[in-house]
Structures are given as structure tokens and as C-alpha cells.
Design a binder for this molecule. Structure first.
Ligand code: 0RA
Length: 637
């Protein structure tokens, strides 16, 4: 950059208009307007840092809570005299509206702040302002009252280094209430430190005797991590996608970081020139468009489109957490709170920056991309299931206002939810065994008819039509979707008891998908379990033993085999063949059984979920869920 001297400052007009109509310049004179003064001064220091001249900014909220100093270690505002006006640059910057070197083409950099106009606006609205500059081996000072200089620039004394410090106290004849909110300032500084990677921003809060230092070498990637933590969202993939453009190539200066998570909502935080755009706008729309196209292109290129369901834009963004920061020369804001970007060109600029970068990233991180696509397909399938469930519930409510428990539920007698369990059992005959074998104080049995359940592969719709699942919802008592209320859950444990054959697998998958979509809290709070019926029956002489797995089988053979007679090993045929007593001993008795706690997090994280969700092989799906389920209880068997 060419050397900057006072002659580069463009002189436009005086400060009277600012004091007459402050709202025109800072939006108003309430708390938001008051804090706007801080952001204006801060932006000038951030500009200096973003242009590579400053690395540290210190914001001090003084003890009185009504005055602030913002200091940086940049070049320092020039103090030499303008040849024509005979005024120092510092005076021009603070007393002239729309004056500022950054306004000039050539030296202008799109960054925060309104082209350096902020300094004079803040000065105009301040009872007192002191600008202190260190440069050329000396410290200089210039003082103002209500925007007017109080004397000329004066040399305070020798000094090392360079930098600018601006102290100001807002004018009480302009602002009805002057009380800076330290939390508002702290938050803004923290966000700025993420948006402006590497800059060290210190907040000295003398009102609360607190000091905060914000510095983030990874910028938005660090911000994204913080947001994920705040929202306790579990990512679907390890590393975030990040992309930055400096805007030198005619495009827009832009930074973006994003990651898909398991949460069912979408969270996009956007900024324009460091200003939060809570109501979105054209830049966010461009971002969403680019993201959608990138993902769709990837899905099409790799032939990953799911069967039987169409992906919507919302499916693609379900669970997405993103931060978008763009820098524009002349941002136009609209809306009640002026927090929506209105510049039409921003849409295409952001779209065309995000799409190719994201598409390239997806194509170079295939297994990550596949997990994301799996997440998206899950969203689409869940949405479809949700729609059907909603219809079902509406219909049910219309039909009967009286809430009765399903007739085929054999309820338990305890009133203590924590100790109660409901077994959802596939088929009437297994249901009968379970009913006889159970501990009726604590264990309820709800048989579901397999015949109806396993007619179709993508059959949640069918299932709901046949009321099997709405019976389940009624039995659980906690409602679903928006009406879900964990407090109304009637059982501590919900245990799915299904055969280890493909029908059983299929039903368990449907049940789990249903619960995951409509009552995910049941899973996240650890209420959902899979029972583990034995895999083998071992007949030795006249005795029958049941083995849960290979290791257990080997143990039984060792203990009871003994060469007395040839053991006969048969694979488990189905719950129906078990005597109630055996079912109790092997599968239901809390002292001897094994349960698997269902953990959906694991399910989504793996690549295999792709096949699983595309519904090619229902038995593989169930095995998969079993594989990934977490061992909850492993008591002596
Ligand atoms: C005009 C010209 C130069 C720097 C600045 C303004 C400047 C303004 C602020 C406001 C807060 N901190 C600041 N730091 C610098 C360039 C001076 C040069 O070329 O040396």
C-alpha cells in the first residue's frame, strides 16, 4: 500500500447533522444505539488489524460503566497536517463526516465499520473524547467535546511503538440512559475474535473487575466448535468443512465453517462486516442455495439417491450447524431490527463461492460425505414417517377423547415408574409366554402383531395405519412429536423383545426408527433397550440349556457336556417355542438377563448406515443396530 498521509483524506461535511438526527447514524439513542458507538470505534481497530498492522486490541469499560477506551497497536492515526486544510489527519478523521482513508478507492479494504465514518459519529455524540496516538517516537493527544476540538494535537512526550487509543464518554444530552452492558460487550468482542482470526482482543471490565482475553487462531472453525458445545450437538463427521476467500479476486470476502450434527434442527449464524444478521438475508440464502446444490450434485454423481423418498432442501440441512461471515463494501440492512441483509448481489456471490468448494470437499472426503448423505436420507425418511404419524394421531384424537390403554396391554401393578418396564413383544404367542413368565408387579407386556408389521419394507405408513404403533404410544403415555412429555412416560425401561429372525429384525428396526423420530428423548435419556433372547438351545441328556452367544455356548458345553451324552445344539427358533419359565430365566429376569441399551449416536456415525437406511436388507439393518447398541447390563448369566 502507498504511504498514507493527510492529503488522502476526503473532506465531506461537519458533524451538526449527527447531533441533530443521531438515529440516522446509529439507529437510535436507546441501549442498542449506545453500544453502536463501541462497535464503530472497535471496527476501526479491527480494520487496522485485518490490514495486517495491528495484532492486539484492548477494550476497557471504565468503572463508571459510562465511558470506554479502545486501544490497538496499529500504525496510529496520522498526526501530520493536511497541506490544504492545514488540519491534522486525526482532527479530520474525528470531526468530518464520511472522512477516512478507507473510503478512498485504492486504499479501501472491505472490512468492518462504515468506511471509518464511525470515529466522527462517535465523537459527535460524545460529551468528551480523547484520541491518543503513538507514532514517530512520540505520544500525541487530541481532545474533543461534543465533537469540537479542545485545542490542537499536542505531543505528550516520547513513546515507543505505535498505536491508537480512543477514550469516549457518550453525551447525556443525546442518550437518555448511559450504562454500557458488560455482557453485551463481552459477547461482541468474543464473536469478533472468531470472525477475525488471530486478532487478540482483551476486555478489561472494570465494572466487574473482570478481564477476558479472546484469540482464535482457527477463526470460524473454533467458533463452530464452541457453538457445537453450547448446543450439545453431536457431529455426524469428525472435521468441519471450512472455506475462506479474501475477496481480492473480484469475489466476496467470505468465511464459512459448517458441520452436520445429529440434532434435528438447523442452526446457521451469519454476519455481514462483523455485524450479526439474525434475520438472515441474501447472503444466507446464497449459502443455503450453494450448499444444497453441492450436496445434490454429490448425491447424483455417486448415485446415492434413496428409493421411495425425495430429498427436500430441509432434509439436506437437518442437523446442520454453520457460521457464515461475509464482508461487503456497502451492506444494506432491512427489517424491524435491521438485521437482514438486502443486497441482491450477495446471493450469487455467496452461492458461487460455497458450492464448488463444498462439492470439492465432499468429493475428496468420500467416507465423511457418505455419513452426511446417510444423515440426510435419515432425515427424509423420518420426515415421511413423521407426516404419517401426525395424521394418525390427529385421527385418533378425533375418534376418541377418552384416553384408554390398549386392550392387549398387560400392565404391571407398580406405581413406581423407575422400577417398571414394558416389553414390546413380537407376536401373540411370544406375547403369551412373556405374559405368563413375567414379574407382573414390575413388567408390562404389549404384544404387537408381526403379520401386519412386516408386510412392506418402507412400511412405517402401513404400521401406523394398523394402529400397532399408536397402541404403543398410548401405552407409553408420553405422547409424541411436539406433544412429547417425558414426565408422562409410564415405564422406566422400554424393552423391545423380538425374534432374531428377519421378521423380528424388521420390526425392531421399524420400532427404533419410529421412536427415534417421534420420541428421540426416550433414546437420548437411555430408556430404550433391546432384549437378548438366547441364540442356541443345547440339549444334553434330558436337560435344556440356553446360550446367549458363542462364548456362553462354549461355557455350557464345558460345564455340562462332560461326555455323558452327545449334546444337541439347535439354533434358537423363536420366542414362541420357549416355555414361559425359560423366557423369564433367559431374557426377562433382571438378575439373569442381558439387555442392550439403544444408542442412536453410534448408528448414524458409521458408513454402513448408508446401506442400512436405503433399506436393501432388513436383517442386516437389525444386526447392525444390535452391533452398535451399547451393552447396558451384563449381569451374571
Ligand atoms: C488513517 C490512516 C492510517 C491509519 C489510520 C487512519 C488508523 C485509524 C485508526 C482508528 C483506530 N485505530 C486506527 N489505526 C489506524 C494509516 C497511517 C500510516 O500509513 O501510517
Amino acid at each position: 500500500m502507498a504511504t498514507y498521509t493527510a492529503k488522502d483524506i476526503t473532506v465531506l461535511e461537519g458533524l451538526e447533522p449527527v447531533r441533530k438526527r443521531p438515529g440516522m447514524y446509529i439507529g437510535g439513542v436507546s441501549a442498542a444505539g449506545l453500544h453502536h458507538l463501541v462497535w464503530e470505534v472497535l471496527d476501526n481497530s479491527i480494520d487496522e488489524a485485518m490490514n495486517g498492522h495491528a495484532s492486539t486490541i484492548v477494550v476497557t469499560l471504565h468503572e463508571d460503566g459510562s465511558s470506554i477506551t479502545i486501544a490497538d497497536d496499529g500504525r496510529g492515526i496520522p498526526v501530520d497536517k493536511h497541506p490544504k486544510t492545514k488540519k491534522s489527519a486525526i482532527e479530520v478523521i474525528f470531526t468530518t463526516l464520511h472522512a477516512g482513508g478507507k473510503f478512498e478507492s485504492g486504499s479501501y479494504k472491505t472490512s468492518g465499520g462504515l468506511h471509518g465514518v464511525g470515529a466522527s459519529v462517535v465523537n459527535a455524540l460524545s460529551k468528551e473524547l480523547v484520541a491518543t496516538v503513538r507514532r514517530d517516537g512520540a505520544e500525541w493527544e487530541m481532545r474533543f467535546k461534543q465533537g469540537q476540538p479542545v485545542g490542537a494535537v499536542r505531543k505528550v512526550g516520547p513513546a515507543r511503538g505505535s498505536g491508537t487509543a480512543v477514550f469516549f464518554r457518550p453525551d447525556s444530552t443525546i442518550f437518555p440512559k448511559i450504562e454500557f452492558d458488560p455482557e453485551t460487550i463481552r459477547l461482541r468482542l468474543e464473536v469478533s475474535s472468531y470472525l477475525h482470526q488471530g486478532v487478540r482482543i482483551t476486555f478489561e471490565d472494570q465494572t466487574r473487575s473482570e478481564k477476558h482475553v479472546f484469540q482464535h487462531s482457527e477463526g470460524l472453525a473454533d467458533y463452530l466448535k464452541t457453538i457445537l458445545k453450547e448446543r450439545t450437538a453431536t457431529p455426524v463427521h469428525e472435521a468441519a468443512f471450512t472455506h475462506s476467500r479474501d475477496g481480492e479476486d473480484g469475489g466476496v470476502r467470505l468465511d464459512v465453517a459448517l458441520q452436520w450434527t445429529q440434532s434435528t434442527d438447523e442452526h446457521v449464524r451469519s454476519y455481514v462486516n462483523g455485524i450479526p444478521t439474525g434475520s438472515g438475508g441474501t447472503h444466507e440464502n446464497g449459502f443455503r442455495a450453494g450448499l444444497g446444490k453441492a450436496v445434490r450434485n454429490f448425491i447424483d454423481t455417486h448415485n446415492l439417491s434413496p428409493k421411495g423418498v425425495t430429498l427436500t432442501a430441509e432434509d439436506i440441512r437437518e442437523g446442520l450447524v454453520a457460521v457464515l461471515s461475509v464482508f461487503l463494501a456497502e451492506p444494506q440492512f432491512q427489517g424491524q431490527t435491521k438485521d437482514r441483509l438486502n443486497n441482491a448481489e450477495a446471493m450469487a456471490l455467496v452461492d458461487s463461492a460455497v458450492r464448488p468448494a463444498l462439492e470439492h470437499w465432499l468429493n475428496t472426503n468420500i467416507s465423511v460425505a457418505e455419513s452426511i448423505v446417510a444423515r440426510i436420507i435419515l432425515a427424509a425418511r423420518a420426515r415421511e414417517a413423521s407426516r404419517v404419524a401426525q395424521q394418525e394421531v390427529t385421527r385418533k384424537t378425533a375418534m376418541s377423547s377418552r384416553l384408554t390403554l390398549p386392550g392387549k396391554l398387560s400392565d404391571c401393578s407398580t406405581a413406581n415408574r423407575e422400577e417398571s418396564e414394558i416389553f414390546i413383544v413380537e407376536g401373540d404367542s411370544a406375547g403369551g409366554s412373556a405374559k405368563q413368565g413375567r414379574d407382573r408387579t414390575r413388567q408390562a407386556i404389549l404384544p404387537l402383531r408381526g403379520k401386519v408389521l412386516n408386510t412392506e419394507s418402507a412400511s412405517l405408513a402401513k404400521v401406523l395405519e394398523n394402529k400397532e404403533l399408536s397402541d404403543l404410544v398410548t401405552a407409553l403415555g408420553c405422547g409424541l412429536g411436539k406433544n412429547f412429555d417425558l414426565a408422562r412416560l409410564r415405564y422406566g425401561k422400554i424393552i423391545i423383545l423380538a425374534d432374531a429372525d428377519s421378521d423380528g429384525h424388521h420390526i425392531a428396526t421399524l420400532l427404533l426408527t419410529f421412536i427415534y423420530r417421534h420420541m428421540p428423548v426416550l433414546i437420548t435419556h437411555g430408556h430404550v433397550y433391546l432384549a437378548q433372547p438366547p441364540l442356541y438351545r443345547i440339549d444334553i441328556a434330558k436337560e435344556s440349556y440356553w446360550a446367549l452367544d458363542e462364548a456362553h455356548k462354549a461355557r455350557i458345553l464345558r460345564l455340562h457336556g462332560n461326555g455323558r451324552s452327545h449334546p444337541e445344539i439347535t439354533r434358537f427358533k423363536g420366542l414362541g417355542e420357549m416355555m414361559p419359565k425359560v423366557l423369564w430365566e433367559t431374557t426377562m429376569n433382571p438378575r439373569t438377563r442381558r439387555l442392550l441399551k439403544v444408542d442412536i449416536a453410534d448408528q448414524i456415525l458409521t458408513d454402513r448406515v448408508i446401506n442400512e437406511l436405503m433399506g436393501k436388507d432388513p436383517s442386516a439393518r437389525f444386526r447392525f443396530i444390535m452391533d452398535r447398541a451399547e451393552e447396558a447390563e451384563e449381569l451374571d448369566v
